[in-house]
Design a protein around this ligand. Sequence first.
Ligand SMILES: NC(=O)c1ccc[n+]([C@@H]2O[C@H](COP(=O)([O-])OP(=O)(O)OC[C@H]3O[C@@H](n4cnc5c(N)ncnc54)[C@H](O)[C@@H]3O)[C@@H](O)[C@H]2O)c1
Length: 348
Amino acid sequence: MNKIKVGIIGSGFIAEHHCYSYSLLPNVEIVGLSSLLKDQATDLMKKFGIPGDPLKDYKDLLKIECDVISICVPNFLHKDITIDVINSGKHALVEKPLARYVSEGKEMLDASESANRKIFYCENNMYAPTFSKVKEIIDEGGLGRIYMGRGKEQHSGPHSAWFYKKDKAGGGALVDLGIHDIACLVWYLGCKVKEVFCQIKTIVPNRGEFGTCEVEDNAVGVLYFENDAQVIIEESWTAPGGYDMRFELFGTEGQIKVAPTFSNLISVYSEKGYGYAVEKASTTAGWTFPVPAEAWNFGYPQEIKHFIDCIIENKEPLTDGKYGQEILTIVEAMYKSAESKKIEEVNY
Ligand SMILES: NC(=O)c1ccc[n+]([C@@H]2O[C@H](COP(=O)([O-])OP(=O)(O)OC[C@H]3O[C@@H](n4cnc5c(N)ncnc54)[C@H](O)[C@@H]3O)[C@@H](O)[C@H]2O)c1
């Protein structure tokens, strides 16, 4: 069997999820990794048996023969690295958000079209089993016409300094977490967002070792859909207690609530605490709600397998670069609304 050859750029949080997900696929071989952080990269390469040494300059990775590259770097690098990857003849797996700004996303899509190489947009929530089940129920007509709802993603804040810097991240909780909710909601409702309203705030400006939080750490917004539905989103980087993600959707013939974390699948009370409960939980003492098979529950391996299958079978993915750009366009309109304090149209 000819294996699909993969390169990885980055060795941080999400790069590890990509490496783990590829390692589950017998038809995939990781051929190299580039990162600025040598020790972190060396550890990751050892853990997943990736050959060679970490490459400091990602352009050296592009010289290695491979089919696709996972781009697992801070948001401000998505545009240039994706364009270089595509122009080197490889497909690009780009993490969310597609880029910091719609203008950057457009350059990436243009490059993808001219070079005839695909952008796979990594929106793991659309591959998560609980969220996929919701989509199935909606498509089977279980809820009737959805007219209202809410989505939220909350935790205590990201794990690296760059997330908190405007020029590196492009924005805060809205573009980092809200982007997940919006991607699922557009998929669930199956129609465009017409207008948006949004308010953003920074509640904790001093982030200790990460310095100043230059972006919003809280965002509340309303998405007005073409089918007349209005859906609230609530995004926070100041909520301790572990990653909380959930949707409630109301339809003319039903309603649904979904929460892959903070579920009652397992409830533990522990005086001393134990190993690990869920992403971003700072303690396991007291009452906790551990998430079984977290990577699988969050959809990372299913997402990566889908992309590899799309390469082998030359199929279009569920989440391509254009989808990433559509969601980013909604986010950008929400930032505009936060500034104007008015409802803004989404101009695709
Ligand atoms: N899908 C998700 O749920 C999810 C979760 C976390 C992060 N992400 C996204 O993944 C991306 C990376 O986030 P992260 O949490 O892994 O960040 P991180 O801070 O944990 O890691 C960043 C990595 O980028 C590497 N890097 C930076 N500049 C580089 C360069 N020029 N060449 C090579 N490597 C370079 C660093 O060495 C580091 O290993 C972001 O776009 C983020 O939004 C997605």
